[in-house]
Ligand binder design. Sequence first.
Ligand code: ZN
Length: 135
Amino acid sequence: MMLKKSGQIGDLYNDSNLYKRVAMKLEKYRSEVETLTTYFEYFCKTQHTNQSDKEIFHNYKNKNFCNKISLCEECFDVMQYSIKRLQNCPYEEKPRCRTCKTPCYEKSYWKKVAKVMIYSSVRLTLTRIKDKYFF
Ligand SMILES: [Zn+2]
């Protein structure tokens, strides 16, 4: 008989209440990915060099997506990580990551993504009104 282990990070997603999660709708997921894409591209373009055209393949609610994006290697890595976290977000209305009660980012990635989102949201909202921020 298997004993249930507790106190591990995986418990967040094994928790019986959260496991029956509704999660966000497909359209919501797509718009969150677009926000990430916009913010990451803007940050990378203004802060880094050596971008190249890349494709991110991801899957949500049994649908496959492919996003084209121009990023450096480091940003590409962080962006892919963010999308994985987003796919596992248990909320139908994604809270801002900053105020989330069940944060899911590893600390090192959290710092990198926070930097991108804060940098880009401040500058991009100077020219465009967004109703909410991702982070
Ligand atoms: Zn970059």
